[in-house]
Design a protein around this ligand. Structure first.
Ligand code: BDR
Ligand code: CA
Length: 311
């Protein structure tokens, strides 16, 4: 089993990523889930996680982390995810209780208490992990890989050059990309191909299972922003970072050297990749996912939802 910690800002696609991990606990030992400010304020995304857990009736440990980026002011993604950060489904009042420690201490303890190495799966801004590596550099020895959603090689989404998660906290991203730990980067090149269609969302909405239906309704809300922006199918960004750990064979990738732009100019938060074929790096820092078998992706995701429906 792979030991994982999901660090997220739920967020519609974050929730789908968490659900995919929960549906595959025969392959994952989920040490915990931590939250970070991004799609909405820390308070709201943490409340969303608690609501989700209460709805699912689960007790996987969870903790909340950084309320703002290391240096920058917080930018949220409320245009996409709504006022609550997870609009589209009426969750019951949350009763799930968080761990009393901060995400950084929580991660430190979970990782250090385990003999085996851990894989981190960040699907929001990289603030918590940047802080963790700065405060406890020795922890890096125990991190096998980081499968993250963030960045893009060609074009951004939040700005022409930058993808949202990296744009929000480029300083944290720089710490992570320079950590020496192998990174699997699910950037926009692959996540825009990991898109769900209206027909597929309607299929979920029409289902009886309480998880599939909830996902259908959440995704129905998620289409609003994208439709306004001219999309006709909807990228399930964060799901890619869990999916790669389960089914690497459905992806195509290139191992590249990736740099983070922390400047204040128009490239703030850009993930620059060195695409010069003749430059051979001894050890590229990131496996950049570029393509995906979309049909398989959707089938595996829906199977996961169905599995959770039956619990
Ligand atoms: C990323 O930003 C958020 O809106 C999503 O949850 C995803 O992590 C995509 O740019
Ligand atoms: Ca996210």
């Amino acid at each position: 089993k792979k030991n994982i910690i999901i660090d997220c800002d739920p967020g519609h696609d974050d929730v789908m990523a968490i659900l995919l991990a929960l549906a595959n606990q025969d392959k994952f030992n989920i040490l915990g889930v931590t939250t970070v400010a991004g799609n909405q304020t820390l308070e709201r995304v943490t409340l969303n996680l608690r609501k989700l857990y209460t709805y699912l009736g689960i007790s996987t440990p969870a903790a909340s982390g950084a309320a703002k980026p290391i240096i920058r002011e917080l930018t949220t993604g409320k245009e996409v995810h709504g006022e609550t950060g997870l609009d589209g489904w009426d969750f019951p009042e949350p009763t799930f209780q968080l761990d009393s420690t901060n995400a950084m201490t929580f991660m430190y303890e979970k990782i250090m208490n385990l003999e085996d190495k851990v894989i981190l799966v960040p699907t929001g801004p990289l603030t918590n992990i940047g802080l963790l590596f700065s405060a406890f550099p020795e922890i890096k020895e125990k991190v096998e890989a980081i499968s993250l959603m963030g960045g893009s090689i060609y074009s951004g989404n939040y700005t022409p050059n930058a993808e949202f998660n990296i744009y929000v906290d480029p300083e944290a991203a720089k710490i992570v990309f320079n950590s020496g730990i192998p990174i699997i980067m699910s950037g926009l090149e692959v996540t825009h191909k990991a898109a769900i269609t209206d027909e597929e969302i309607e299929k979920l909405r029409a289902m009886d299972g309480r998880i599939s239906k909830m996902c259908g309704e959440l995704l129905h809300f998620y289409t609003r922003y994208h439709r306004r922006e001219g999309y006709s199918s909807y990228p399930l960004h964060d799901v890619c970072s869990i999916m790669y750990l389960l089914h690497p064979e459905i992806f195509e990738y290139k191992d590249l050297q990736v740099y983070i732009d922390t400047s204040d100019g128009p490239s703030r938060g850009k993930t620059f990749a060195d695409l010069r074929e003749w430059v051979k790096y001894e050890r590229p820092n990131a496996r950049v996912l570029l393509n995906i078998d979309r049909e398989r992706f959707i089938d595996i995701l829906f199977e996961g939802f169905k599995k959770l429906d039956e619990i």
